[in-house]
Write a protein that binds this ligand. Structure first.
Ligand code: MHO
Length: 177
């Protein structure tokens, strides 16, 4: 019996973390979407205007008997820079903020512990938002698994491909075969 749990992370453009988490053994599904803002049923166009307050996030279903939430956190903090406020590289705006939307008290505690541990190794301040999971709005169909579907798109080949290569070598033991 699978021990299915949900996790929701935002760390820059969702195409990248969507692509990374799809590769992880024990991650049963990945959906790119929007959460944490104040408008219902946001569209990509709306969140890019910046006033909806939503972040680009991925929501995962994972089998906690195969991959732990701690491991996912570790991956998440390797995939983006949690010291950058509302930006990742050239992607700027609240939609790109670093955020963990926790689904229970245990996830909240584990996230806070993980941040404290990471902070002790960094001189820059970690600005990751840690909030209870709000309503999740799936993104448009074309945003799902975007990297696999559009490998030659400029942003995918220039920005995402090197990150995925690094991710795959760092977490080789955790990948699907
Ligand atoms: N700078 C990228 C980000 C895309 S992402 C879904 C682009 O505009 O293509 O935010």
């Amino acid at each position: 019996m699978a021990n299915l749990q949900t996790a929701t992370f935002g760390g820059g453009c969702f195409w990248c973390i969507d692509a990374a988490f799809r590769r992880v053994n024990g991650v049963e599904s990945v959906q790119s979407g929007y959460a944490g803002g104040h408008t219902d049923n946001p569209t990509y166009q709306m969140i890019c205007r910046g006033d909806s307050g939503h972040a680009e996030v991925v929501q995962l279903q994972f089998d906690a008997d195969i991959v732990s939430f701690d491991t996912l956190l570790n991956m998440f903090f390797t995939l983006h820079d949690p010291t950058q406020l509302n930006r990742q590289g050239n992607d700027i705006g609240t939609q790109y903020r670093s955020v963990v939307f926790y689904h229970d008290q245990q996830q909240q505690q584990q996230t806070q512990d993980c941040i404290a541990q990471l902070q002790s190794q960094l001189s820059e301040k970690i600005v990751t938002e840690v909030s209870p999971a709000p309503e999740f709005y799936p993104a448009e169909h074309y945003h799902q698994d975007y990297y696999t579907e559009n490998p030659n798109q400029g942003y995918c080949s220039v920005m995402i491909a090197p990150k995925i290569a690094k991710f795959e070598s760092h977490f080789a033991a955790n990948l699907k075969h």
